[in-house]
Design a protein around this ligand. Structure first.
Ligand code: HEC
Length: 185
């Protein structure tokens, strides 16, 4: 009998210790969030592994869900894509030869989708499959300024703009560049 009650007490103490441990961790976390030197301003240094932690699951998810474009490219597709781009995307991502001043002061920055990367000859996202760009346009990218367009654009429109961006490194037909260059509607 005595043995039984002592083992019950042991378990109770263990449980209490476990609970106190959880409370201590929660308090510590709260204190860190409230008083710790966490990066909150755009110019603050990123958290350790912040980029990797955000990128890895995003890339894995896109790989699982990526689809093939339901139609091919043509001048019509590019023109429609350019109208959509001008109206919905240019304000953050710029147009050929024109940058957006605040794009670089966003965190993460909004990449210029018509420029060569700093470290390679790749222009914008022309090295990505259209399915990957389509996924980003449809679903947006969390904890970034990149919006989700699935309730703003039709499926066809999201593919048109994705196919246009796939070809951002090519010489596009005159009317397409004109649309991209036109003043915001
Ligand atoms: C309010 C600003 C804003 C608008 C408007 C916007 N984006 Fe973005 N976009 C961003 C930001 C910021 C990122 C960077 C996200 C990141 O690095 O995780 C981004 C990322 C992307 C990427 C991924 C770039 C890469 O290198 O992988 C693509 C593709 C993209 N946007 C396409 C579009 C298209 C197409 C539109 C219009 C239909 C659009 N965006 C509208 C802010 C914007």
């Amino acid at each position: 009998m005595a043995k039984k009650s002592s083992s019950g007490g042991g378990f109770g103490k263990l449980f209490l210790g476990f609970l106190l441990g959880i409370v201590a961790v929660a308090l510590g976390l709260f204190a860190y969030l409230k008083f710790g030197p966490l990066p909150v301003a755009v110019a603050d240094a990123p958290l350790p592994f912040e980029k990797q932690i955000v990128r890895l699951p995003l890339d894995a998810r896109i790989e699982r869900e990526s689809k093939a474009a339901p139609f091919g490219i043509s001048e019509d597709v590019f023109e429609s894509g350019a109208h959509i781009y001008r109206a919905q995307c240019a304000s953050c991502h710029g147009t050929p030869g024109r940058d957006v001043a605040f794009a670089k002061t966003m965190f993460p920055t909004a990449p210029q989708l018509w420029k060569k990367h700093k470290t390679s000859d790749v222009v914008g996202v022309s090295d990505d499959e259209p399915g990957e760009t389509y996924w980003k346009v449809a679903n947006g990218i969390r904890l970034s300024g990149m919006p989700s367009y699935k309730h703003v654009l039709s499926d066809t429109q999201m593919w048109q703009v994705s196919l246009l961006l796939k070809n951002a490194d090519k010489d596009l037909p005159g009317p397409v560049t004109q649309i991209l260059d036109s003043p915001t509607p």
